[in-house]
Ligand binder design. Structure first.
Ligand SMILES: [Zn+2]
Length: 215
């Protein structure tokens, strides 16, 4: 296995879609396809990659809205992994978002849980790629995907470069968000690169020292 991780900013809020890619098997996992996932589809076609799974960090439409379009464009049927609370949030969404039609989020393949070890075959200890860490506070059922082999973590809207996620949306809670960051992000190795849902990458060490919300 030769793992790479890439990010592409998509849609009206420039949400970072993340791809975990195994160059050996050409299997790919798309995390948070946002709106307008066409660049992901073009990348997969050019690369000859198979997007075999879609993982979701949390249920906000700028992270989930592109899932139906991505599914339609792919000839295989990727597994869809999301926490139960995040899925429930998608079921309460409106019909439009930033002027774009919001299609119903599809039925997931399974609900992910804190501590799950995920691989290209789904939950599998043997081809382990990512550990699921629950990190609520920005949205109910928010998760972080930690990928030890690449030294990276996909953190959704939990933490940003010198910022944290908004806590004024449905189910948001500032104290809980700070607790999640302390216990689920700052416990990762200091050198871990954090890939947030918006904006540039950062690291655990940088945010411990410089994040104004966490001092
Ligand atoms: Zn969000």
């Amino acid at each position: 296995m030769k793992l790479l991780m890439m990010q592409k900013a998509l849609g009206p809020l420039q949400t970072n879609a993340i791809v975990i890619y195994d160059e050996d098997s050409k299997q790919a996992i798309a995390i948070d396809p946002s709106f307008q996932p066409e660049p992901l589809i073009e990348w997969a076609e050019q690369e000859g990659a198979t997007i075999s799974q879609i993982w979701i960090t949390h249920g906000h439409p700028d992270h989930t809205g592109g899932v139906p379009a991505l599914l339609r464009a792919l000839s295989n049927s990727p597994q869809i992994l999301i926490s139960q609370e995040a899925y429930e949030m998608t079921q309460r969404q409106g019909k439009a978002f930033y002027g774009l039609a919001l299609e119903p989020f599809p039925e997931p393949s399974r609900f992910i849980e804190h501590g799950d070890k995920l691989g290209f075959s789904g939950v599998d200890e043997e081809d382990f790629i990512a550990e699921v860490r629950f990190a609520p506070g920005h949205a109910p059922g928010s998760v972080v995907f930690y990928v030890p082999e690449t030294g990276m973590a996909v953190v959704g809207d939990v933490i940003f470069l010198e910022g944290i996620g908004r806590w004024d949306f449905e189910g948001g809670d500032l104290a809980l968000l700070r607790k999640s960051i302390r216990e689920q992000v700052f416990t990762l190795p200091d050198e871990t690169v954090l890939l947030p849902g918006h904006g540039p990458a950062t690291s655990v060490a940088w945010e411990k020292a410089h994040n104004p919300y966490m001092q």
